[in-house]
Design a binder for this molecule. Structure first.
Ligand SMILES: Nc1nc2c(c(=O)[nH]1)N[C@H]1C(S)=C(S)[C@@H](COP(=O)(O)OP(=O)(O)OC[C@H]3O[C@@H](n4cnc5c(=O)[nH]c(N)nc54)[C@H](O)[C@@H]3O)O[C@H]1N2
Ligand SMILES: Nc1nc2c(c(=O)[nH]1)N[C@H]1C(S)=C(S)[C@@H](COP(=O)(O)OP(=O)(O)OC[C@H]3O[C@@H](n4cnc5c(=O)[nH]c(N)nc54)[C@H](O)[C@@H]3O)O[C@H]1N2
Ligand code: SF4
Ligand SMILES: [Mo]
Length: 748
């Protein structure tokens, strides 16, 4: 008997295919799924431990209400009625800007986001905070300006590239591309290909690289400006490509023509000749670039990623095979919200715009604690744990205590749930139908409609169902004609026709469509998420249909239903489309349909990145002589998704990594407890002496300091990070460059 059920890992955005065996509603065995077309039998240690995500002592079973210091179980009806009443009162008194929604989705399922956002919008608010605005929005902003749409950020075409440059990306541990270790190994071992890693330390990826540029932490903007300067000054740029696809080149080239790259390399602590050679190779090969948190969470974050777009463009590497390409998708990860358009709100206290429709978690504490009449007073959270995940835990705790209403939709009694007024139990990723919209494949478009493999514990409901019921309590759902319910019972074809007729005669109700689909087809299919997938596939744009036709689906009105049925029949996941690899630049959405290289707002910022000024700013601070990399991706962490410390039993999971030279200088021993202090806080943590850290820098992983069975495991690195240490444009945290000191303490 084949009792292996197909599913996927929900611990990172690769969602590797897995097969599980279930006994008595528990996941007992897990193995990688060879049938999954994207992961092809690949999985890492974390995926093989997903039973720890699913089964643990802190799973929620009932809606809970905070009464005094305790939680009492209440019915769904009471919980949603009270939340709806409180929300209505707060908004009536203080206006819609007093409400924010945070999270929605995470790494294992995105369907609830449609529903949570509908509730937020119907209440009149735009304030959607999300972890992506704590990492990627600076990059999205740069692409928004240069290629015309924030969601058209590029990925390296890693199958066809012959030179992959990883800048601030430790793919060996963090993945971020499908089958990361296999791909990195292939590139590193192929004599025709080059793997270049730009990382201050000898990361696991750097160990395998053909070339490792071990730059000084925080100097990526300077290095990138230097590389572009070398290329333009040497005349290695791709003039034909620039003539054909680029505008405003003449406005940006003066930024580099007089720039002293040799002096810059000194400040970056790199050999000029080696940087010159890497620049030459980049300009002349089928090169591509993978930036990640090392730069996204580094000094000058948004500026560095903009300079990288310039580097790719002047070398003719954007939108071409083997270069950086715009992937296709079923649904973009966010919306294009150009802050120059005044219809998009800015935050009231800190004046930050939304990027990709998302506001940065770093500013939320200030948005709650201020005197503005429209300050935030109510926050609804799902699939996020700000009290461990976002900068400045202490500031968050103080701010959350000032809220009139905090609601958390969770599967676990997280630190954030514990602080909330109401906690609502979601079904876990293994108990519900769901999909993710991560579009990091090329030219294929991947989709898996993950099927439930275990039954829900207690009274949990799909997040999308929770938002729908809340919408109902808030009076957002119009009366639904009986004919729609009846059509749903008959067939999808009849339902589709009935829905079409309904929308045509009730156009003003179209904003409530997700809820209408949830209550009709969702009821029939036993899952709102599944019903939404069907609906989404009926409404996909023309571009997607063309991509799906390339994957063999039949063009015409039944295409959406055909893909839906295929997804249900293929629980292992499938390719649902192929983009046209010869026409990637057709995705340009700028007015002149060219890459617009000049962003005036950052011109001054570019000019400020000089060897002299950087050298001065990088000087050591006597009070805080070390640079802390506040976050690290290892085999032993998965953001805050794995709460039971048992899964790392016998391993040194949460330690402070320090180079042997520094440890000798400070007279510290491996395994002793040390105290790390920054401007905002201190933590005590076990020392690990290792050459994985660069001299002068220390590393603490994120995702620890979680309390389990009344004990806290590991250190919460966000006690050390300051909310205002953030990017000027995107508000993203600068977690890879936190000044700190390390002290030897006597420990009782
Ligand atoms: N194991 C594991 N994997 C994960 C996750 C997890 O929690 N655990 N989380 C997932 C998520 S949500 C994300 S966003 C990704 C992140 O994935 P990555 O961005 O790859 O994660 P980091 O470990 O931060 O790796 C960045 C690298 O940047 C380097 N770096 C630090 N400072 C600088 C600098 O100034 N310049 C340069 N050039 N490099 C620098 C670091 O030394 C490190 O090797 O990982 C995903 N994968
Ligand atoms: N200092 C520092 N902080 C960091 C980082 C760093 O490098 N340094 N990395 C940052 C990055 S890249 C990211 S992406 C963020 C991630 O931070 P968050 O947005 O907080 O996401 P997670 O930690 O993945 O998960 C949050 C919560 O989702 C809950 N959850 C799991 N499954 C479900 C479900 O099915 N439904 C619901 N409703 N809830 C569920 C989990 O129990 C957990 O409490 O952390 C960031 N925090
Ligand atoms: S954590 Fe590992 S197994 Fe899970 S999706 Fe990521 S790479 Fe795959
Ligand atoms: Mo992330």
């Amino acid at each position: 008997m084949n009792d292996w059920k197909k599913t996927s890992c929900v611990l990172c955005a690769q969602n590797c295919g897995l097969e599980v065996q279930v006994e008595n509603n528990r996941i007992m065995k897990v193995r990688p799924d060879k049938d999954n077309p994207r992961s092809q039998g690949y999985a890492c240690r974390k995926g093989l431990n997903i039973a720890y995500y699913q089964h643990h002592a802190q799973r929620l079973t009932h809606p809970l209400k905070k009464v005094g210091q305790d939680f009492v179980p209440i019915t769904w009806d009471q919980a949603l009625t009270e939340i709806a009443e409180k929300l209505s009162t707060i908004i009536a008194e203080h206006g819609p800007r007093s409400l924010a929604v945070m999270g929605l989705g995470g790494l294992g399922g995105h369907t609830e986001a449609v529903f949570g956002l509908r509730v937020l919008r119907a209440l009149g608010s735009q304030y959607y905070y999300n972890a992506l605005a704590g990492e990627l929005t600076g990059l999205y902003w740069g692409y928004g300006r240069t290629v015309g749409r924030q969601y058209n950020a590029t990925i390296p075409d890693h199958h066809h590239t012959d030179m992959l440059v990883a800048i601030g990306w430790n793919g060996w541990m963090s993945h971020q591309i499908p089958q990361a270790r296999r791909i990195l190994d292939q590139i590193a071992k192929d004599p025709e290909k080059l793997l270049v890693v730009i990382d201050p330390r000898r990361s696991e990826t750097a160990e395998r690289a053909d070339i490792h540029l071990a730059l000084r932490p925080g100097t990526d903007a300077l290095l990138t400006r230097a590389m572009i300067a070398i290329i333009l000054q040497e005349g290695w740029h791709n003039k034909e490509y620039i003539d054909r696809y680029v505008s405003q080149f003449d406005q940006i080239s003066p930024w580099f023509m007089e720039f002293n790259a040799r002096e810059a390399c000194k400040v970056c602590e790199l050999d000029f000749d080696q940087v010159r050679e890497v620049s030459r190779l980049f300009a002349t090969r089928k090169s591509s670039l993978h930036p990640d948190l090392g730069v996204l969470m580094g000094r000058h974050s948004t500026l560095t990623t903009y300079l990288e777009i310039i580097l790719l463009t002047v070398c003719g590497r954007l939108g071409v095979p083997g270069g950086n390409v715009i992937p296709g998708c079923l649904m973009p990860m966010g919306s294009h919200s150009d802050e120059r358009n005044s219809k998009f709100w800015r935050t009231v206290a800190t004046d930050f715009p939304a990027i990709m429709g998302m506001y940065p978690p770093n500013v939320m504490p200030e948005e709650i604690r201020n005197d503005h009449p429209e300050r935030l007073r109510a926050v609804l959270i799902s699939s996020s744990n700000p009290l461990r995940s976002f900068a400045d835990t202490t500031a968050y705790e103080e701010a959350f205590s000032k809220l009139d209403l905090l609601v958390t939709v969770e599967i676990a009694m997280s630190e954030t749930a514990r602080t909330s007024d109401y906690v609502l139990p979601d079904l876990s990723a293994y108990e519900r139908w769901d999909t993710t919209y991560f579009s990091w494949d090329y030219p294929e478009i991947y989709c898996q409609m993950r099927q439930p493999v275990v039954k829900g514990v207690g009274e949990g409901m799909e997040g999308s169902e929770i938002w729908t019921r809340l919408a109902d309590k808030l009076g957002m759902i119009p009366e639904i004609p009986e004919s729609l319910y009846e059509a749903a019972e008959k067939s999808r074809l009849e339902y589709g026709q009935a829905l079409f007729t309904y929308v045509k005669s009730n156009p003003k109700n179209s904003a409530a469509l997700p809820f209408i689909v949830a209550k009709t087809l969702g009821r029939e299919l036993g899952s709102v998420n599944l019903a939404w997938m069907w609906f989404l596939l009926q409404t996909v744009p023309k571009d997607f249909r063309e991509n799906a036709a390339r994957a063999g689906f039949t063009p015409g009105p039944m295409m959406g239903d055909e893909i839906f049925q295929a997804l249900v029949d293929h629980p292992e996941g499938m390719w649902i489309g192929y983009v046209d690899p010869d026409n990637n630049l057709a995705n340009l959405r700028t007015e002149d349909k060219r890459i617009n290289l000049y962003i005036p707002e950052v011109e001054e910022w570019v000019y400020s990145i000089t060897p002299e000024s950087e050298s001065e700013q990088l000087q050591a601070d006597e009070a805080y002589p070390f640079i802390l990399m506040a976050g690290r991706h290892m085999d032993m962490n998965a953001n805050t998704l794995m709460r039971n410390p048992e899964w790392n039993k016998g391993r040194r999971a949460c330690t402070l990594a320090m180079h042997p030279d520094d440890a000798v200088r400070l007279g510290l021993n491996d395994q002793q407890i040390v105290r790390v202090t920054t401007e905002v806080g201190s933590v005590d943590i076990e020392l690990e002496i290792t050459s994985a850290a660069r001299p002068g820098t220390i590393i603490i992983p994120h995702g620890f300091g979680l309390s389990y069975n009344d004990e806290e495991y590991g250190a919460n690195v966000n006690r050390l990070t300051k909310k205002t240490h953030r990017d000027a444009i995107a508000g993203t945290p600068l977690h890879r460059y936190v000044r700190c000191r390390v002290e030897n303490i006597l420990y009782e």
